[in-house]
Design a protein around this ligand. Sequence first.
Ligand SMILES: [Zn+2]
Length: 475
Amino acid sequence: MKTTFFLNEICVIVLASGLSLNAGLFAQNCEIPGGTTWLGFYNKNELFQTAERTPPGIESNFREVIWPRLSDNERSALRGVKFNYPDECGSHPINFFANHGDGKSTVCLPISSLRFLSEVCLAQAYLDVQQKKGAIADNGMMFITNYLSIIRWQWDKIKGTKNYSLLSVLGVNRDQILKDKEVDSRFVKLYSTAIMFIIGHELGHIRYHHKGYAESTPVQSQANEAQADEFSLEILRRIGDPPFGGILIFFFVSQHFTNVSRDNSKANLTLTHPLNSKRIRLVAASLRRHSTRYANSQDNPQRATLQFQSIADQLMYIADTFDDPDIWEIARVNGISGSLAQLKESIASGRDGRSGIRSSASLPPTGSATSPFVGSWSGYWLNHQKKRMPMTITFFKSGSQTKGKGQMNDLMDWQITNAEIKGRTMYFFWTMGDNYFGRGELSTEPQGKKLTGWWGTESNNTIKKSGLLVFERSE
Ligand SMILES: [Zn+2]
């Protein structure tokens, strides 16, 4: 780990990846299978490597970057705070917390959690660069999403096997890929901003003397979390570092391992931590409110202000995606049915866990008007929460079959692999990535200008319908 934690670049590229990651990602899950322990996820060498590299950077950044920017009140509340780095946290793959009381304050950062976070940041940085070079078709967030889902839902099975870490599934060596300067600089930016946000947050709990979850009501806990986040963002503002790519990765990863029932209304009442989507909304609101202040440290403050405001809009959109139980249901299905071997193969063949279509240049020619479906359509998916996700689809003839290719949210490719047309109704099979699949129906109205229908995921031969699809002819 470098100690040069702070880079004054706006992480627009990173954010773009964050977006698709979330579009592909899947909201709240049910529960982590009972009795799961994450002890032993990394071997001693891996833990040792991270323990050698990351804590010194954290210590020096706390002393040299954070401490000088604290007010007198904050310093007296935080005096004597220590960072503690236990090897592992058995209850969660990514977990950070603060302890205080008896005149002692500790920020606890398990090495295994730091390692997990750093592998995701490094994989993201590496895949972004690979995409830029054209080595893979799409940004790698889909791959990371698939990985997290499989680990989350199959850990008990995977435990005891070999080579399941993110980097080994990706088929890369950490030190090797860090030799690429661009990978290294993107990684440092993501990882350091994520860590600075996390330690700022934990320091916030200590600064405001927050009680532990056991001693607080859920409402109080959520207010505490929001206050700790805002404290962290305030520190980042004083430093002049816009942190959003790294923060998103942190929320994104932890969301995969959060226990939330599909019934969000119930879950909201009993959760101690607020949903990550709520926290992201607050982060977005804070960014918007203080965009001029962040922008002052940028080369072109006027332009930067606008950029920050648009990033805030994107974050709001991501929060909506986090709130969508259908998306997390797809993640769960994918997590249960996918395999790391498949995932590894997909990345090796340059497909990054997706459908295998490498570029939109290979889009087949659209057919004539002989079929009521052939041609391009754009519209939206209205999910159960009445949120609209933009969708496109182009239908074409392939031999005697009708197929389709399109996008969701302008980011995620999806395909109709086979469709049967009876009269004005099409019955189709769809896929997204290697592991998301299901069925659906679309019907045309008599003028042939509009399609309406539904899609859903399939498991055990039953279909779970997932909201409505609405398209209009776009040519
Ligand atoms: Zn907290």
